[in-house]
Design a protein around this ligand. Sequence first.
Ligand code: ATP
Ligand code: MG
Length: 282
Amino acid sequence: GIRNLSDLKKVAVLGHGNDGTVYKVRHKKNHSFYALKVLRFNQNAIDIIQPATVLEAEILKRVDSPYIVKCHAVFDHATQEADNGCDLSFVMEYMEGGSLHDVLTEHHRLPEEAISMLAKRVFEGLDYLHGMHIVHRDIKPSNLLVNDKGEVKIADFGVSHVVEGRFDATELSAGTCAYMSPERVDPERWGGEDVDEFAGDVWSMGVVMLECFLGYFPLIGPGQRPDWATLMCAICFGEKLEMPEKASPEFQNVLKRCLEKDWRKRATVKELLHHPFVNRMH
Ligand code: ATP
Ligand code: MG
């Protein structure tokens, strides 16, 4: 097992996100590779973060599914730099194929067969998480990772929970809200007392599937600025999304069911697991 961060040696940088850096690391004794995500917090944030982290680590350890990127350990410790900050480090399963975002950058778009297989695995993963009362809240291409067998898994649900307390909604970057459902972006209009938070993950996956098919982010036009206001309008007030003509009827239907603006009418993960498009390759 991994008892200490000093058991691991950094071998490469895999990528940077909004809140931290992901390294490829190697265990000094058993030589296996892992991904290490390091989040940096300043002194003020520590009081908010620490209690949440302990809880989060407990939840993370119990999450064990072939559809979810495994988190092996969480460490918190003072940063190496002298700014009184605190690092939070997640030791994760290393996914050799990178993210769906990388795949889309390389291949531009995916055929329906590939999207169907992707959907099957992501909805299985969401079903597992939702069964544990965990809402992911950050389903997007960079959080869907591929291993050396070509299998897709969901990453970063724990991280997004931990990070949540730090931001005010008005500070949300456009990148963070692009895949958010109408009821999360504008709860007063689309929400309601009893809003089912799991429905937000279904919406996000609808946007991801449509993006995979079209090869570009589908909610705003190519000439529009992808800022918070433009996105919010597109998500909440945009006309009914036009379904791609070349898509098969089953695919169009699954997209329509996921991208239903009213969360009450949106398909549930359980329903989607029975959908013909999602089961096409099975
Ligand atoms: P955001 O900060 O908005 O969540 P992000 O998901 O791109 O954006 P990170 O989660 O920090 O940011 O990940 C950065 C990159 O590191 C990812 O895009 C992915 O390519 C890579 N990466 C993350 N986790 C792993 C992993 N377990 N195995 C392999 N590569 C990973
Ligand atoms: Mg991520």
